[in-house]
Structure formats: C-alpha cells, structure tokens
Design a protein around this ligand. Structure first.
Ligand SMILES: Cc1cc2nc3c(=O)[nH]c(=O)nc-3n(C[C@H](O)[C@H](O)[C@H](O)COP(=O)(O)OP(=O)(O)OC[C@H]3O[C@@H](n4cnc5c(N)ncnc54)[C@H](O)[C@@H]3O)c2cc1C
Length: 416
C-alpha cells in the first residue's frame, strides 16, 4: 500500500497501542516517528494477562450500584478503593454508573463487539506482517465457576455471548479436567472460549512491533510530550518537556493514562482514569497449563505466558501516584491456588500497571475535536492488547482518508 508516501506522522506512546499504530502507518507508507518518555513496552502493556479477550464485557450494568458497596467492603473482593482517592474518583464513578443503564448498555455492547468481531483476524494479520505468528497460542480460555450459583450469576454475560454469536461451549467437571488437568476437581463448570487466544509474551510483542516499524523506516525519539500545537501552514508541532519541538503532518496520541494531560492541554478534557491492576509472574509454578483461565466471580486470570504462569487482574482505584500495595496480588495468588491446587509460588515477581479506562468501557479512537491533524488512540481499559491491531488499522484508515469498516461514532473523543 503506497498511499500518503511523503506524509509524516508522530505516534506518542510506545505501548501496545502506539507500537501497533506506528507499525501499521509505517507499513502503509507514512514516515513515522515514535516517541516515548521511557523504554518501549514498559508501561501497562508490559504486564497484562496476555489474553485476546474477544468477549467484550461492559464494566457497569444496571445492578452495579447495588453490588459495588459489597465489593468495596470485601478486602478480598474484585475492586479496591483507597479511601484517600475516593473524592477524586467520584465524577468518573458517577459516569461509570450512568453507563450501566439498560438503554446505554446495549449501545456500549454493540460498540465493543464491533471491535471484537475483527480483532482476532486483525491480530493474526499484524503478527504475520511482523513475521511472528508463533507469538499467539492456539488454545483458548476457560472461564471457571466453582459452584452452580456462580455459573448462574454469570448468566448475563453468557447470554450476551449467545446474542452476538460468540463461539463458546459449556463443560462439566470431567470435560474441564480433560482440557486442563491442573484445575481442581471442585470446579463445577467452565465455559470454553476457543477464540480467546493468548500471547506468549506481551512485552516481547511490543518490542517486535517497534523493531518491525524501525526496520520499515520509522524513527524513535526518547522524550516526554507535554502538548501539541497547530503549525502555521498546516500540520502539527509536538512539544517535549525539554523544549524540543518536532513537526509532522499528523500526531497520534497513544500515551495510556497520561493521554489525559495531553488532551487537557489541547482544551479537550477526557475522563480517563487509571484502573490499577496487579500480576504475579511465577517462573517455577510446579504445574503446566495450556489454556488461560478466568474466574469471573473473583475477577482474575491465570495465563501461561512470558515463560511461566502469570496470575493477575482485579481493579484498584488509587490514582497514578500512590505506591503499589503488593498485598493485592497475594490475594489473587491465593484464589489461583484454590483453582489450581498444585500451583507453587517460586521464583515469582509482582507487578502493577495502569489500565487507561474510560467510564463507558469503550476506547477513544478518534480525530481531535480541537486540533486538525491530532488523533487519539486511548482508553482501551481492560482490552488494550485485544484491540491493538484493530485500533491501528482504524486509525491508519482514518488518517489515510479511507472510510473505516465500522461505525466510529461510539469512539469519538467528544462523546462525553
Ligand atoms: C493486570 C492487567 C491485566 C490486563 N490483561 C489484559 C488482557 O489480558 N488482555 C487485554 O487485551 N488487555 C489487558 N489489560 C489491559 C492492557 O494492558 C492495556 O489496555 C494496554 O496495555 C494499554 O496500552 P497502551 O499502549 O494504551 O498504554 P501503555 O502500555 O501504558 O503505553 C503507553 C506508553 O506511553 C508512554 N507515555 C506516557 N506518557 C507519555 C508522554 N507524555 N510522552 C511520551 N510518552 C509517554 C509510556 O511511557 C508508555 O510506554 C490488562 C491490564 C492490566 C493492568
């Protein structure tokens, strides 16, 4: 594809979203400069649970406001709120609850599923293009339920998968152990999601994308972006904290949660919050696993990835600056040992990252509403890995003047 041969684009942020976007734009013939304030792939994209999770689930629903107090009060529950952060999160949280009303919820599910539908195909094409198809496993994911009551409690999600024709099958105890013998015999039921593949190492994937973009001619600049200005005569100037100014025809902001500050400096504030999440990477787990496992009632996953087994998930609302509280992943590991009785925690390391989350769960993939030539690819929340290749394709289409294959209105920046 040779459109826009001489046009230049700056991509801000070398996480999975920025790296995929930089690669796609460079591949289509644009001259790309990727900018990151740190090393590529060391932000949130370093430590996610490696799952191509196609079964989009809205964060909020009609009964969320009733469940939330119980979650917040349970020290082992799926959501933790640091009391000092409570006043700051209230505006975001009210929007989150509003996104759960039935009329809005269906629109959000339609939008999420419009990204999920092409996500696996887009991901495969991206891996093929960087010469790394082996980075994706062929096995899917098992959603597990310890009791029939837990299974019944997840009925809404299972009905949603049926509504959208999402491939899945319900397994009983024997069926579960056939597929994944390391799972406890006490797990009553599971739903196999055969298309929710895993990535063998999400960090290596970012590095491969950056290397592939560079090999195709992209440049990399180390530096922290503070704002973007309109350039006289067209195009944009990206301004770095040390005063450097870099010009281009377009700029894509894919900086994770700090995108909030850049957007604010352009006069278009977005309600982007960090939903902090933890993992424990266990290099000597004492068991082998082929499938990733999600336990919906306890809101965490276990994935064989990065050369070991990774246990992680959950949500902590505490802002960007509070230090990690590594008691959190301990709770997840204890839950994991209940599901996988042979799991040992040897040669293990904890990690914390910031999901860039919008209150309605779906990302911003959009032109700026204020500055022509500025684009946003952010707010992917729990699904940034899953939607990275699709986001890259959609942004590259819009920048290149190609009408995207899906309705982009739900993902516009000025929807709030
Ligand atoms: C515990 C956990 C489990 C998860 N599991 C999954 C999963 O299984 N599947 C899935 O799809 N998603 C999952 N996610 C979500 C996923 O990891 C994120 O949505 C995704 O990594 C976001 O990618 P990003 O590129 O937007 O942000 P990041 O990876 O954070 O990258 C942003 C980059 O921008 C750079 N940057 C920031 N500010 C500036 C600036 N001012 N100037 C220059 N550079 C800047 C940063 O240094 C960073 O490199 C999980 C997240 C967590 C925390």
């Amino acid at each position: 594809m040779m459109q826009d041969t001489k046009k230049t684009t700056i991509v801000i942020g070398a996480g999975i979203v920025g790296a995929a976007t930089a690669f796609e734009l460079q591949r289509r013939g644009r001259q790309v400069t990727l900018i990151d304030k740190g090393e590529p792939g060391q932000g949130t994209s370093f430590g996610n649970m490696a799952s191509i999770a196609l079964d989009f689930a809205a964060g909020s629903g009609p009964s969320t406001w009733r469940k939330m107090p119980g979650w917040l009060l349970d020290p082992e529950g799926p959501v933790w709120l640091r009391p000092a952060y409570a006043p700051k999160i209230i505006p975001w949280f009210l929007r989150f609850l509003a996104a759960g009303r039935p009329s809005r919820l269906r629109q959000i599910e339609d939008a999420g599923m419009s990204l999920s539908a092409p996500a696996l195909g887009d991901f495969r094409s991206m891996l093929q293009a960087i010469g790394a198809p082996e980075l994706m496993t062929e096995e899917g994911c098992l959603a597990i339920y310890e009791t029939e009551a837990e299974f019944a409690g997840d009925r809404g999600h299972i009905e949603m998968m049926q509504r959208y024709g999402f491939e899945h099958s319900v397994l009983d105890n024997a069926g579960i152990r056939d597929l994944e013998p390391s799972l406890s015999p006490h797990i009553a039921k599971a739903v196999l999601l055969p298309n929710n593949k895993s990535i063998r190492n999400p960090y290596h994937l970012v590095l491969k994308l950056v290397d592939a973009a560079k090999a195709a001619g992209a440049g990399f600049v180390s530096g922290a972006v503070v704002t973007i200005e309109r350039r006289a005569g067209g195009g944009v100037t990206v301004v770095l904290s040390d005063g450097r100014r870099i010009e281009a025809d377009d700029a894509v902001v894919a900086a994770g949660v700090p995108t909030r500050a850049i957007a604010k400096s352009l006069g278009e504030p977005i309600p982007l919050e960090t939903e902090r999440g933890y993992h424990t990477q266990i290099m000597a787990p004492g068991i082998e696993m082929r499938y990733s496992v999600i336990w919906p009632a306890r809101a965490f996953m276990v994935t064989p990835t990065a050369g070991g087994i990774r246990v992680g998930g959950n949500v902590e609302l505490a802002g960007l600056d509070a230090p990690p509280d590594y008691r959190r992943p301990r709770v997840l590991v204890r839950h994991a040992q209940r599901a996988l009785p042979g799991l040992k925690v040897e040669d293990a390391k904890d990690w914390m990252g910031h999901r860039p989350s919008l209150p309605d769960t779906i990302p911003i993939i959009s032109a700026s509403s204020r500055l022509p030539g500025v684009w946003y690819a952010t707010g992917h929340g729990h699904l940034g890995l899953t939607y990275s290749a699709t986001t890259a394709r959609l942004i590259a289409d819009m920048i290149g003047g190609i009408t995207p294959s899906i309705d982009m209105a739900p993902f516009r920046i000025n929807r709030y």
